[in-house]
Ligand binder design. Structure first.
Ligand code: NAD
Length: 473
């Protein structure tokens, strides 16, 4: 579980302060390790089912296929088109899956099931997750945790009651490059100095709405049974208010989650602007721009976030953390990732060398058991000598430390597997070995509250504030 360490309003601090003040924290600490609840299955095969076999369900099973000792035993989807193709592909991969239209029937009849992966539209996450947890299964559920705060809260509470694991699919939290950036660059070495600002964006070109392949319509009765108005809304659920939270939830959720995670803090206010300015067939805003203020122990961090779905101009998608000594541009796409050093940063190379190489756990013989990105050789986030003219746009003659320009560096940690795989591995490690979840429901709840506030602020057309208690489920 991410461990907030840098903010005066981190969850841990908030909880202890609240307790001192006599505030009522009704719930027990969230269970983020299966070992704590006696459910570790160290070394065992884990039997899983998938509910929701669309685009993301397919991505997840393709990633899970690469993880040893995972057995697919069932798949569930209301659309025969997706259900049969997933069943066929998994059977081709020698996984003897049983197909189901109704998740209740699946949970009631597939006795050997250990865990359920949920990749249905957001408005179904609470129902599917709560049912699976109550049936005694651990759950990996996709983001956004829910399209409502109440739905997300119910998921955390059910996980607590059932003592089952609940991991939410904010997969950047398990990406070794992101972990290296947060744990080594930002926290251990403080290479950004004092973080003052964050900007983040996802700029995507115009896309057409999804259509329906020939002869693959579902009947009006069947659609109504599962809560869909018609086939168009069923296919394009993310743009309609009943089913999802629009662009800030669909794309922004990943990145706003990283703001909270990197700072170990939750914001105290939000203002936003947005609208349905372009698309004729969408209910949700097609662009949204939000501003948050985060209180941290180093001072206020002001953060902007911008999601546009009508242009890919301006550099794709990234989260940019800016401090008085350096800046870090993170992205799930490694080509957008960069570390920048301010010319004023004192002795950065030496600082990094000392800070990162002399850590107690990096001594000779101490590397066994460390994750690959922890190994000393890779631990050097930047070269030990600052090269001349590193980023001045060509072979400059001056030492970048003497110019006013930022010097740019690559982060040497790479991900050599599918981007969702480490997050799934972390979920299975929590089940089998008692590892801590990287995104337990409790953390994702705080993200859900943060993300959905943008839509609220756009509608309210004014600044909205958060109370620390808003982030506690
Ligand atoms: N983590 C990521 O990077 C990432 C990327 C894309 C999508 N997602 C998330 O994954 C989820 C699914 O998104 P998608 O793009 O795959 O959508 P999709 O429309 O392609 O797939 C959704 C699937 O769920 C099925 N479904 C709908 N209602 C159901 C029900 N009641 N019971 C069983 N099956 C049902 C649909 O038939 C469809 O096959 C969303 O929550 C989305 O936010 C996450």
């Amino acid at each position: 579980m991410s461990d907030p360490i840098s903010s005066p309003l981190s969850r841990r601090d908030f909880l202890s302060t609240s307790a001192k003040l006599g505030a009522v924290i009704a719930s027990a600490p969230y269970i983020s390790r299966a070992a704590e609840v006696g459910a570790a299955r160290n070394g065992d095969t884990v039997n899983i089912a998938i509910i929701g076999c669309g685009v993301e369900g397919t991505i997840l099973y393709n990633a899970a296929k690469n993880i040893p000792d995972i057995r697919f035993v069932a798949v569930c989807d209301i659309w025969p088109y997706n259900l049969t193709s997933t069943e066929r592909r998994l059977k081709a991969f020698k996984q003897d899956v049983k197909p189901f239209e109704d998740y209740r029937e699946m949970l009631a009849t597939v006795k050997e099931l250990d865990a359920v992966v949920i990749a249905t539209p957001d408005f179904m996450h609470a129902e599917h997750t709560n049912a699976a947890l109550k049936a005694g299964k651990h759950v990996y559920c996709e983001k956004l945790m829910s399209n409502t705060v109440a739905g997300a809260r119910s998921m955390v509470q059910t996980a607590r009651e059932t003592k089952k694991l609940l991991q939410i699919g904010h997969q950047r939290r398990s990406n070794p490059r992101y972990l290296h950036a947060r744990d080594k660059i930002v926290r251990d070495a403080r290479m950004l100095g004092r973080i003052t600002n964050i900007s983040g964006q996802w700029h995507r070109a115009v896309t057409d709405d999804f259509g329906v392949p020939k002869n693959q319509q579902m009947s009006a009765e069947k659609l109504a049974k599962y809560g869909y108005a018609n086939m168009h809304e069923y296919r394009n659920w993310r743009w309609f208010k009943k089913y999802a939270g629009g662009v800030v939830s669909d794309l922004g959720a990943h990145q706003i989650d990283v703001y909270n995670w990197m700072l170990g803090a939750n914001p105290r206010m939000c203002i936003a602007s947005g609208g349905v300015d372009y698309y004729k067939t969408h209910e949700w805003y097609d662009n949204a721009i939000g501003i948050y203020e985060y209180p941290t122990k180093d001072g206020i961090v002001r953060a902007t976030y911008e999601v546009l779905t009508t242009t890919s101009a301006g550099g794709g998608y990234h989260e940019y953390f800016m401090g008085d000594e350096g800046a870090l541009k993170m992205s799930e796409n490694p080509k957008f990732t960069k570390l920048y050093r301010e010319a004023r940063a004192p002795e950065w190379d030496q600082f990094v060398t000392q800070k990162l190489i002399s850590r107690p756990d990096s001594g000779e013989g101490a590397t066994a058991g460390l994750k690959p990105w922890d190994k000393p050789r890779q631990r050097l986030a930047i070269p030990s000598k600052v090269p001349v003219g590193a980023s001045a746009g060509g072979p400059a003659k001056v030492d970048v430390r003497e110019t006013a320009q930022l010097s740019a560096w690559d982060i040497p940690v790479t991900l050599d597997k599918a981007i969702h795989q480490p997050h799934l591995e972390n979920f299975f490690d929590a089940m089998r070995k008692g590892a801590s979840l990287n995104c337990p429901g409790e953390d994702a709840f705080a993200t859900t509250v943060t993300v959905l506030k943008v839509n609220e602020a756009i509608a309210a057309q004014k600044m909205l504030t958060f109370a620390p208690t808003d982030f506690v489920a």
